[in-house]
Design a protein around this ligand. Structure first.
Ligand SMILES: Nc1ncnc2c1ncn2[C@@H]1O[C@H](COP(=O)(O)OP(=O)(O)OP(=O)(O)O)[C@@H](O)[C@H]1O
Ligand SMILES: [Mg+2]
Length: 393
């Protein structure tokens, strides 16, 4: 059992902490596998740049080989994640106990001094963002059968988080880069529970979410209402991306073609959905199934959260166990309708936050990624993350 030097974290720094108090402090979180910083340093060759496999809003990710030869993805959380040791370990314990075929497995963590590092199962085939939706060369051939498995797998993983884990977990950041593929192309949802590791005033959480606006449910973006329905919206966006093989936002396209959801809705109304199925499938797909998946994407992204189906129903609709009532599909909620979004965070200077988020949004507005944003219509809104509540709908 690893020990915890008294220099760890805020609570542990207390000069009056006795061994008994320390034991009590870590009671209940002792089952979390702990790695020493030294061990992870060795595993990644001193966090060598050649072992770096990515970087996201939480920090850098390295590929590493652990003591017994097990390969792992090692996520070094950024300095902003300075949560106290106990709070951190409590969240880690929750995450590491969650196991499902379609969720990335967390092996354990390292909490030493200011280091906060997560150790995950390494997935061989990268993320959907880099493969199916990436611009580079990808050797994977995403046949319809593979896409079907990926969509149903993600839906099952999310249904598990929403409906079977107690208390339920709202992922908050379902998107293509958080869907990793193993060697058999089984999809695994990554980063669930991570938002809870962040102290409430961690500014990059807002920036990170703002970086993936295309997946954000309008009620979450505008009013900070975070419920499972916000995840279901993001899932709907992802579903239409997988079937169409396109990113939700593409500022390189002419006006009117930039926002995938808008197009899907238009084509649905014209009864021409089949036109939006990925042409790289070269017609080798089940037309009824592919169009049904697109309609389910529309059901999940409806503007009114209450109308979006629960994930367990989505799984049944995808697999054909449950029919979809087309009469009930209403227009999607489109963030692209908003002309001005202001990030408000009561912990920060509002002006500063707004500026930096706009910089984030527009600096990449020429690319095909998801951090682009429309300034077309007239509505004005406030994007607030301080009022985020986890409520059940
Ligand atoms: N378990 C893993 N196995 C293999 N590669 C991984 C794993 N976890 C992360 N990666 C790689 O590291 C990259 C960065 O992941 P990370 O989660 O830090 O950022 P992100 O998903 O792009 O954004 P965000 O921080 O918003 O989740 C991923 O795109 C993926 O390529
Ligand atoms: Mg991620």
């Amino acid at each position: 059992m690893p020990c915890f030097p008294c220099s760890f974290g805020k609570r542990v720094e207390s000069a009056v902490r006795t061994p008994a108090a320390a034991a009590e402090e870590f009671a209940g979180v002792q089952n979390v596998k702990q790695y020493s910083y030294k061990e992870l340093k060795v595993a990644t060759d001193d966090f060598c740049i050649t072992n770096k496999i990515g970087e996201g809003g939480f920090g850098s990710v390295y590929k590493g080989k652990l003591k017994h030869g097990k390969v792992a993805a090692i996520k070094v959380l950024s300095a902003e994640s300075q949560q106290g040791v106990r709070e951190f370990l409590t969240e880690i314990k929750v995450i590491s106990e969650i196991q499902h075929e379609n969720l990335v497995k967390l092996y354990g963590c390292c909490v030493e001094g200011s280091h906060r590092i997560l150790v995950y199962n390494y997935l061989e085939n990268n993320s959907l963002a880099q493969t199916l939706l990436g611009r580079g060369n990808c050797s994977i051939k995403f046949t319809w059968r593979i896409r079907w498995n990926i969509c149903v797998g993600i839906a099952r993983g999310l249904a598990f988080l929403h409906e079977e884990v107690r208390p339920h977990i709202v992922h908050r950041d379902i998107k293509a880069s958080n869907i990793l593929l193993d060697k058999d192309l089984t999809p695994k949802i990554s980063d669930f529970g991570l938002a809870r590791l962040m102290p409430p005033n961690a500014t990059h959480v807002s920036t990170r979410v703002a970086g993936t606006l295309g997946y954000l449910a309008p009620e979450y973006a505008v009013r900070g209402q975070l419920t499972r329905k916000a995840d279901i919206y993001s899932f709907g966006v992802l579903l239409v991306e997988i079937v169409s093989g396109r990113c939700n936002t593409n500022m390189r396209m002419p006006d009117g073609d930039r926002y995938l959801l808008e197009r899907i809705w238009e084509y649905y109304q014209r009864r021409e959905l089949v036109e939006l199925v990925d042409i790289s499938l070269e017609g080798h797909y089940d037309v009824e199934e592919a169009c049904r998946f697109l309609k389910i994407g529309l059901l999940c992204t409806q503007d009114a959260p209450k109308l979006r189906p629960a994930m367990s129903s989505v799984v049944k609709m995808l697999t054909g166990e449950k029919c979809i009532d087309e009469m009930k599909i209403t227009a999607p909620g489109l963030l692209s309708d908003l002309s001005e979004v202001t990030i408000r965070n009561t912990h920060d200077n509002a002006d500063t936050r707004t500026t930096s988020v706009y910089k984030d949004l527009y600096s990449s507005s020429d690319s095909m990624n998801n951090s682009t944003f429309s300034s077309g219509a007239s509505t004005s809104a406030t994007l607030t993350f301080t009022a985020v509540k986890e409520r059940s709908l």
